[in-house]
Design a protein around this ligand. Structure first.
Ligand code: NAX
Ligand code: ADP
Ligand code: MG
Length: 282
């Protein structure tokens, strides 16, 4: 591991923006979570709930019709807009006044969804967190990186990153390739792993929290929701990524005394967010 800046409690606190006493849900920002396809609506439920539990004032989910009853039942606090199509996203239409959008989880990579993403990116100016299948679609259309707002946050795991930048022989080569893209398009990379690295132009930060309990389905979907929730609360994108990565991992550190590494699931990250926020500010 290179000599990267360590993301510890002191650094996370420096980048964290607490909720003020006279806040109301309109001042806490409105986030949109776009994703889901038949059989993977759970990823949007996880992401949207994590977004709310990170302090966003309002959260709307944009999903295919098949997910409507599921998400309204699973997370009643989340508002829902459905695509015209049943099983996957074919267009992204909304007229919401938003502070942040998180997209890609469970989205699938159907051709119609490629087209929907292209049209969305051409008209969007809202700060973005891009994950999972939206990253996989971008990897197949690399020229679309030009369409991203400045300081968009990408959250690939190593396999998603390989699809985006090609294979690498060493960590140094991986970081050099990521920094090239980061500089070219003003993009923030959250390279999820053990540990997670955050690369933004010349800066490389290394997270100090988390453990193997996080090697469980949906933990990345939850991270996207946390970062999007902090972004919706007017954190700068880099700050939202840094604090989000720190808190996400901290929930695993704090929970394993009870769950062990095996019985920790993505929902436990969401459950542990309260304790993680409190210990950040203690
Ligand atoms: N409950 C749900 O609805 C869930 C939906 N999910 C969605 O399923 C879709 C596919 O996501 P996946 O990540 O599973 O599929 P991917 O095809 O992107 O990744 C799976 C492949 O990548 C490899 N891989 C995964 N993480 C890696 C890492 N950290 N380092 C190296 N190799 C790694 C695996 O070995 C496997 O070969 C995404 O849209 C995701 O959001 C998943 O998050 C799981 C839960
Ligand atoms: N062994 C590990 N140690 C620390 N963090 C881990 C470990 N395994 C996975 N993670 C974290 O779990 C998350 C996995 O993300 P991802 O693969 O996108 O999950 P999913 O797509 O299933 O939601 C990342 O934040 C990653 O850093
Ligand atoms: Mg993922």
């Amino acid at each position: 591991m290179g000599n990267f800046i360590q993301i510890d409690k002191e650094i996370a606190l420096r980048h964290f923006r607490p909720i003020e006493k006279f806040a109301h849900k309109g001042s806490q920002g409105h986030a949109l979570i776009i994703g889901g396809s038949y059989g993977k609506i759970g990823s949007v439920c996880l992401s949207a709930k994590a977004c709310l539990k990170s302090g966003a004032g309002l959260v709307t989910a944009y999903i295919p019709k098949c997910g409507y009853t599921i998400i309204q039942t699973a997370v009643p606090e989340v508002m829902v807009i459905t695509d015209d199509y049943q099983d996957f996203i074919t267009s992204v239409d909304h007229d919401l006044n938003l502070q942040a959008i998180g997209l890609g989880m469970g989205m699938g990579t159907q051709q119609e969804t490629h087209q929907a993403l292209f049209l969305f990116l051409n008209m969007n100016t809202v700060p973005l967190v891009i994950d999972a299948d939206a990253l996989n679609i971008l990897s197949l259309n690399r020229e679309w990186l030009e369409l991203l707002p400045k300081q968009t946050v990408l959250t690939p795991h190593k396999k998603e990153l390989e699809r985006l930048i090609g294979a690498w022989q060493s960590e140094e080569e991986m970081i050099a390739k990521v920094q090239e893209l980061s500089n070219a398009h003003d993009i923030i990379f959250v390279i999820k792993g053990a540990p997670t690295l955050i690369v933004y132009k010349e800066q490389v930060y290394q997270n100090t929290t988390g453990n193997q309990a996080l090697a469980t389905a949906g933990s990345g979907d939850v991270l996207t929701g946390i970062i999007t929730g902090l972004l919706a609360q007017y954190h700068a994108p880099f700050d939202a990524a840094l604090v989000g990565v720190y808190l996400h991992g901290l929930t695993a550190n704090q929970a394993v005394e009870e769950t062990g590494f095996n019985s920790f699931i993505a929902s436990d990250i969401i459950k542990g967010l309260g304790k993680a926020f409190l210990s950040l500010q203690a």
